[in-house]
Design a protein around this ligand. Structure first.
Ligand code: NAD
Length: 290
């Protein structure tokens, strides 16, 4: 296929490289990042999009996606698919999809989980919203860039799945960290706490797979001085998107709201920026109730 790829940062660059390595013709554009091996550089987003069968975007947020879509959609050939893999607000995802479909294009929102490691290894999970026809066009590309693609329904549902998942993740990480900090103060050994919780009803991905306590459980960013992994500011971005969506849909999400507040404090007023999101444990460790 001919692919236009716009946004070649931490995630986009390895994804585009994997597509080029698999034999696709990839034309890339980024405002600052260099072109990865095998990707030819275009002068603009519109140039990268022209003649492409699929145009992939991997951008920082919804406002930038809307601007790029305004430029790129008129340049795309009829029947081509605009595949946005960024994590953005549900409203922007639906607005861009409507705009693309009105111009005779297919549109998919397909945010990912798996991080930079998953992008490099081609093992991302895609959560996809959009039509069956557009999903079928993009399916071979999902297979190259990822290990799983779940079709979640119409446009916007990929973003909805992503923010619901990450709201659970943020809330359970905080719960796991505060429980470890309480256990410390009660004189309960961390290994004993892990051995009990990881095989009891408090178990979770954050305890069993990504344990925030150094030296406990499988290897995780806690064992590497809390270098990300998944940075606290990216968790904050996703929690804010979940609360923006909850506000728009009139959904009561008190735990998600509190998690967003705690990550905001951690990133904006404490030392959380640039640290893994599991560094909430040393944060709680150093605090009392007051
Ligand atoms: P990044 O900042 O490294 O990359 C974004 C790229 O977009 C940058 O290179 C930037 O120059 C480029 N860009 C900005 N405006 C542009 C424009 N108008 N035209 C062309 N290029 C433009 O971010 P990232 O880590 O690659 O993340 C990309 C998206 O993936 C985000 O939405 C993020 O939330 C999501 N995501 C990231 C991770 C992760 O672990 N990094 C995991 C899952 C999802």
């Amino acid at each position: 296929m001919k692919i236009g790829f716009i946004g070649l940062g931490n995630m986009g660059a390895p994804m585009a490289k994997n597509l080029a390595n698999a034999g696709h013709e990839v034309s890339g554009f980024d405002v600052t990042a260099p072109m990865p091996d095998g990707v030819s550089g275009a002068e603009s987003g519109a140039e990268a999009a022209r003649d492409a069968d699929v145009v992939i975007t991997m951008l920082p947020d919804g406002a930038i996606l809307r601007r790029v879509a305004d430029e790129v959609i008129p340049a795309m050939k009829p029947g081509a698919v605009l595949l946005d893999c960024s994590t953005v607000d549900v409203e922007s995802a639906r607005a861009v999809a409507d705009q693309a479909e009105a111009a005779g294009l297919g549109a998919l929102d397909a945010p990912v989980s798996g991080g930079i490691g998953g992008a490099e290894a081609g093992t991302l999970t895609f959560m996809v919203g959009g039509s069956d026809a557009a999903f079928a066009t993009a399916a071979p590309l999902f297979e190259i860039m990822g290990q799983k693609a779940v079709h979640c329904g119409p446009s916007g549902n990929g973003q909805a799945a992503k923010i619901c998942n990450n709201m659970i993740l943020g809330v359970t990480m905080i719960g796991t960290c505060e429980a470890f900090a309480l256990a410390d103060k009660l004189g309960l050994d961390r290994q004993a706490m892990f051995d009990v919780v990881s095989t009891s009803s408090g178990y979770s991905w954050t305890m069993n797979v990504y344990c925030p306590a150094p030296g406990i459980g499988p290897k995780s960013p806690a064992d590497n001085d809390y270098k990300p992994g998944f940075a606290a500011e990216l968790m904050l971005k996703d929690l804010r998107l979940s609360q923006q969506a909850a506000e728009a849909a009139d959904a009561d999400t008190p735990m998600g709201q509190r998690a967003a507040e705690l990550y905001a404090e951690f990133v904006e007023s404490e030392d959380g920026r640039g640290r893994d999101f599991s560094a909430m444990l040393p944060r709680f460790e150093g605090r009392g109730r007051g």
